[in-house]
Ligand binder design. Structure first.
Ligand code: FES
Length: 105
């Protein structure tokens, strides 16, 4: 399956799901710009912020308190915001669309 990342300027990047890999790593491995993952997935930098489209937020699982705290400090936080390093991908996410905020251009 595939996940589509959409940059703030509308550029789309379709990448293959690597089950068990974090959504942040999946983006980095595929050179998707806008997902920096500066802290290496420690939930400490907020540079892997994505806004999931539609109902994907439900499939992605729930954010733990550490992530919610980090999201509180993240610019452009939306209701469907997640930190991509805290999402473990699976084939259930085939067709998922994740948008990047303007801040991460
Ligand atoms: Fe730093 Fe996700 S990579 S918070």
């Amino acid at each position: 399956g595939t996940i589509t990342f959409i940059e703030y300027d509308g550029t789309e990047h379709k990448v293959d799901i690597e089950p068990g890999q974090s959504l942040m790593r999946t983006a980095v491995n595929n050179n998707v710009p806008g997902i920096d993952g500066d802290c290496g997935g420690e939930c400490a930098c907020g540079t892997c912020h994505v806004i999931l489209e539609g109902d994907w937020i439900k499939i992605a699982g729930s954010a733990n308190s550490e992530e919610l705290q980090m999201l509180d400090m993240t610019p452009e936080r939306a209701e469907n915001s997640r930190l991509a390093c805290q999402i473990t991908t699976s084939e259930d996410m085939d067709g998922m669309v994740a948008r990047m905020p303007e801040f991460q251009m």
